[in-house]
Design a protein around this ligand. Structure first.
Ligand code: PLP
Length: 360
C-alpha cells in the first residue's frame, strides 16, 4: 500500500513548492555601474534590490523566513503570520503570505510611510501601528493571542538565509562582478536593519578563498542607532531611546542578527546627508531611491574619496534597497524635510564638490 501523506504535511510540501516556483519565475536583480567622471580608477556599482517583485531587498529575506518557518514546522495551514517591521519586510512577507493563503499582520512603527502601509494592504496584509520601541513585544503578544507565528526577522534574519550560496545577495553580487576590470571589490557597503544582509555578505567574504582578505565589509549607520557604538564598544546592552529617521535601518537596540565580528568598518552618516544623497543620486541615476540607499551611497562615496586620496584603484559595491516612490511624502517632500529641521544644502554642496574633486 502506498504511504498516504497527511493533510498538514501535504500543505507544507505544496507551500514550499509554491515558493520554489515563485523563485523559478524570478530574475536576478541588476548590478548597475554608476559612471562618475570624478572617480578615475575607482568603479562604483549599485546592486538594485528595488526590482524584486515586492520592491526591496526584503524579498530575499521574506522568502528565506517563510521557508525557514515552514521547514521548522512553525508555519502551518491557516496560521496567522505576524511580524515586527518598519515596513519593507512586512510588504515582502505580505506578498508571500498571500502566495500561501495565510493571514498576515504587521506591527509597524507609527512613523511608517503611508505608502508602505498601502503596499502591505495591497497584498492583503493588515497593519497595527505602535511606538517604535513596542513593535517587538506587541508582535509577539499578538501572535500568541491569535495562535499564530511570530516571524521575528530581527532574530532569524541571519540564520534563515543560506549564507554559503543558494543565490543569496553576496553570491549574486560577486558573480555579476566577474567580468569587470576590478572583479574583486575593495569594499562592499551596506546599512543594517536586522543586520541580516551584512551578516550574509560578511560570512560569504570569509567563506570565499578569492574574497577573503581582499574585500572588506563596511556598514553605514544613521543617527539614533546603536549599531555603530556597539561595533566600537562591544556593549550589546546599548539602547538609544530614539527611533531612526532613515526607515528600515538603524535600530534603538542591538539586534541579534547583527554580527559585529564579520564587519570590518562602520561609518556614521548624518540623516541629512542620507537624504541629500538620494536627491543627488536621482540626478545621476534618473530615478528615486529610498533613504537607506542614500546612507549607502554617502558611505560608498566617502570610501571612494579615501581610495582616490590614497592613490588606490578598485571597485566598490553598494545597494539600492528600495524605491523612492515609497517616500514621496517624506524624503521627497520639501515640507516634511523642513518640518524635521533638516539642512540639505550643506551635504548637497559637499556632493556637488565631490563630483568636481573626488573628496567628500
Ligand atoms: C529599506 C531598507 N533598507 C535596508 C535595510 C537593511 O537590511 P537588513 O535588515 O538586512 O539589515 C532594511 C531592513 O529593514 C530596509 O527596510
Amino acid at each position: 500500500m502506498p504511504h498516504t501523506i497527511d493533510a498538514d504535511a501535504a500543505w507544507v510540501r505544496d507551500a514550499v513548492a509554491a515558493i520554489g516556483a515563485d523563485f523559478n519565475r524570478s530574475a536576478d536583480t541588476h548590478l548597475v555601474k554608476l559612471d562618475l567622471p570624478c572617480l578615475q580608477g575607482v568603479d562604483l556599482y549599485l546592486k538594485d534590490e528595488s526590482t524584486h517583485p515586492s520592491g526591496s531587498l526584503k524579498h530575499r529575506l521574506a522568502r528565506s523566513l517563510f521557508l525557514y518557518g515552514l521547514c521548522n514546522g512553525w508555519i502551518r495551514k491557516g496560521m496567522p503570520v505576524v511580524e515586527s517591521s518598519s515596513g519593507s519586510t512586512a510588504i515582502s512577507e505580505a506578498y508571500f503570505a498571500r502566495l500561501l493563503g495565510l493571514p498576515f499582520i504587521a506591527v509597524v512603527p507609527e512613523t511608517t510611510a503611508p505608502e508602505k502601509i498601502a503596499a502591505i494592504a495591497f497584498y492583503g496584509g493588515e497593519c497595527r501601528k505602535v511606538p517604535a520601541a513596542r513593535i517587538y513585544a506587541e508582535a509577539r503578544e499578538l501572535a500568541d493571542r491569535l495562535g499564530g507565528h511570530y516571524m521575528d526577522q530581527f532574530t532569524f534574519a541571519e540564520r534563515a538565509t543560506d549564507w554559503r550560496g543558494n543565490n543569496n545577495i553576496a553570491e549574486s553580487i560577486f558573480a555579476q562582478m566577474a567580468r569587470e576590470r576590478f572583479p574583486v571589490p575593495r569594499w562592499i557597503v551596506v546599512s543594517a536593519g536586522t543586520g541580516g544582509t551584512s551578516s550574509t555578505i560578511g560570512r560569504y567574504i570569509r567563506y570565499s578563498a578569492t574574497l577573503c582578505g581582499q574585500t572588506q565589509l563596511a556598514v553605514v549607520d544613521p543617527e539614533n542607532s546603536v549599531f555603530l557604538p556597539y561595533f566600537e564598544t562591544g556593549d550589546a546592552s546599548l539602547t538609544s531611546g530614539k527611533p531612526s529617521r532613515i526607515e528600515g535601518i538603524g535600530r534603538p537596540r542591538v539586534e541579534p542578527s547583527f554580527l559585529r565580528s564579520v564587519v570590518d568598518r562602520m561609518l556614521g552618516v548624518p540623516d541629512a546627508a542620507s537624504i541629500a544623497a538620494i536627491h543627488w543620486l536621482e540626478t545621476v541615476l534618473g530615478r528615486k531611491c529610498g533613504g537607506s540607499t542614500g546612507t549607502n551611497v554617502w558611505g560608498a562615496l566617502t570610501l571612494a574619496g579615501e581610495m582616490l586620496a590614497a592613490g588606490e584603484t578598485g571597485s566598490i559595491v553598494t545597494l539600492i534597497c528600495d524605491p523612492g516612490e515609497r517616500y514621496l511624502k517624506s524624503y521627497y517632500d520639501s515640507a516634511w524635510i523642513a518640518a524635521q529641521g533638516f539642512d540639505l544644502d550643506t551635504p548637497r554642496a559637499a556632493l556637488d564638490a565631490f563630483c568636481k574633486t573626488g573628496r567628500l
